[in-house]
Write a protein that binds this ligand. Sequence first.
Ligand SMILES: [Zn+2]
Length: 135
Amino acid sequence: MSNPTGKVRALEQKVQDLVQVVEREEGLVAGSLYAARTRCGRQACKCMASDYRHVNRCLSFTQQGKSRTRTIPAAMAEDIQAKTGAYRHAKTIRRLIARIAAELLKDIDSIIARAAHDGQRKMLATLLEARKGKK
Ligand SMILES: [Zn+2]
């Protein structure tokens, strides 16, 4: 169903949602947080002699096209979790905006095509009438 103004309103709403997500976190983080189980490397540590492993929170992300990983202090984990979640949310909203925008363009194309078809039909009818009038 063609409803271009409804789609414009939907787009406006999605853009507002996006701005809200971005503003709430004061910066997004494009990366993923995960827990890594590692050995620390100290000979005296129990991780060297048993199955015990240290659990580190890590963030993987890309910087200038290169894949990077950083260990995240526990105190920062919650904030970074929120920021990576907000980034994914923003990307989801962006996909919705792209879909609505594509549908809006389809509506606009069909409005233009219909009007051009009508215009041509009327123009040709008028020309025909004008020719008849001359004879
Ligand atoms: Zn250790």
